[in-house]
Ligand binder design. Structure first.
Ligand code: 2U9
Length: 342
């Protein structure tokens, strides 16, 4: 019995000495003193060693001991306020953790610049699907069945149907607009296009284009030239010279390619312009009457011009970037060099 009394005394002292600061240490208290394998349980177990005539007294002592432990537990748990549970209080006056703010991709910067230049001439932006059918991507644009662009070597066809492919230009968006919108139509179509090319410094299996289209009564090649002159001056500056060379595209007639004087050497000749002093930046022409007819537009009443340019090409010239692969590698050392000011 004396042993039990001493043990109860030690138990109470231990309880008083136990330091509770948060929910975790409160739980440790509960397990240590009141848990199923705790100290109170083992004290209770001592009852079997107490002589029969002292069992009543021992029982009362142990009961009192249990009440003592439980009361202390209640006292400690009500003493814990909420904010102590969430760790140390927040100091709202401290400076925040700095966040890395991303910048725009150079392709997006140039695309936005092109959109804003043409917006000033009244061109609206039109967008469409990257997955296209053969008619919108090829047939409607006057590309014959046996045209090499339709070859598996050049176009990504989608497995399930030979009719479905990844668009090779954004012209398919213009076809949809011509079918669905009222004339006159003045749109530019920026977007990603796909071609089955071997990846190198000069070619990639996807890139970005902006194509433009203006259809109304009496649209002329002179309108096309003035529109593109304005674009070049706004994009590259007043001093840049422009020339047109005759060319061929199935969807335009007549067709031309437009060069600007080399931005690197100013026309004197360097490796970028291959010593010619000129660099090609886009293709253009008057929309072929067959294309207008394919979209239900009366080609005896309406005429139109169209142009197309690769955004990567414009961006490479503007920022003197030598390798097309840099645009899709997401190397931060490359991307960090471009600010939002174009
Ligand atoms: C419709 C009718 C005609 C868009 C045009 C080009 C010429 C052209 C190339 C430039 C570099 C493609 O990205 S690139 O490889 N584009 O040379 N694009 S005329 O002609 C159209 C478009 C839509 C309905």
């Amino acid at each position: 019995m004396d042993v039990l009394i001493n043990q109860i005394e030690a138990f109470k002292q231990e309880i008083n000495a136990f330091n509770v600061t948060d929910k975790t240490s409160l739980e440790e208290f509960r397990i240590k003193f009141l848990g199923t394998k705790g100290l109170l349980k083992s004290l209770m177990g001592e009852m079997k060693n107490v002589p029969v005539e002292q069992k009543k007294e021992a029982g009362q002592l142990l009961n009192e001991c249990k009440q003592f432990a439980e009361a202390r537990f209640e006292e400690l748990s009500s003493g814990l306020s909420d904010h102590q549970d969430n760790g140390p209080a927040l100091d709202l006056t401290l400076p925040g953790t700095p966040m890395n703010v991303g910048g725009r991709h150079p392709i997006s910067l140039i695309q936005n610049k092109i959109i804003s230049i043409f917006a000033r001439l009244g061109f609206a932006v039109a967008e469409g699907p990257e997955m296209e059918d053969d008619w919108h991507n090829f047939s409607a644009l006057n590309l014959p069945e046996d045209h090499p662009a339709r070859d598996m070597q050049d176009t990504f066809y989608l497995h399930k149907s030979p009719d479905w492919l990844l668009r090779t230009h954004t012209s398919s968006v213009q076809i949809r607009e011509m079918q669905n919108k009222q004339l006159p139509l003045r749109i530019i179509c920026p977007g990603r296009v796909y071609r089955n090319e071997t990846i190198s410094a000069r070619a990639h299996c996807f890139f970005h284009q902006v194509e433009g289209l203006y259809i109304a009564e009496d649209v002329s090649f002179a309108d096309l030239k003035q529109t593109l002159y304005f674009f070049v001056k706004e994009m590259f500056g007043e001093d840049v010279k422009v020339r047109f060379r005759p060319s061929y595209f199935p969807f335009t007639e007549p067709s031309a390619e437009m060069d600007i004087s080399c931005l690197i050497c100013g026309g004197g000749g360097c490796s970028v312009c291959k010593r010619t002093g000129w660099v090609e930046i886009l293709g253009c022409g008057m929309v072929h009457p067959a294309v207008l007819d394919n979209c239900g537009i009366d080609s005896s009443k309406y005429t139109g011009f169209a142009f197309g340019m690769g955004i990567e090409r414009i961006t490479m010239l503007k920022y003197q970037i030598k390798d097309l692969r840099l645009f899709s590698e997401n190397d931060l050392r490359f991307l960090r060099q471009f600010s939002d000011a174009v």
